[in-house]
Design a protein. Structure first.
Length: 94
């Protein structure tokens, strides 16, 4: 029903704010990979850095975001809801 729209909007807003609050080198990697749907090689070319550096920045950015949304008493909550809103993951360079 329509009741889910408001909580989803609030979660999406929280995720967006958290991503935008990341340090630029992590934020740029996340934005290119998830929001602009660039694969690792394309993001590396855009950022003019090695692919391994993109992978490391994505890993660290995910850790930072996970820690921001993690609840010590529960594995569910905002983090799992945010994951449900995320665009489908595409494979990183193989």
């Amino acid at each position: 029903m329509g009741g889910d729209a408001e909580p989803r909007r609030g979660i999406a807003h929280g995720v967006r704010r958290a991503v935008l609050a990341l340090p630029p080198k992590y934020r740029d990697a996340i934005l290119l990979f998830y929001f602009h749907e660039q694969d690792v090689p394309a993001a590396a070319r855009t950022l003019k850095i090695p692919e391994g550096t993109v992978k490391a920045r994505l890993f660290r950015a995910r850790e930072l975001l996970r820690s921001k949304f993690a609840r010590p008493s529960s594995r569910t909550g905002l983090a799992s809801k945010a994951a449900a809103l995320a665009p489908p993951q595409h494979k990183e360079a193989q």
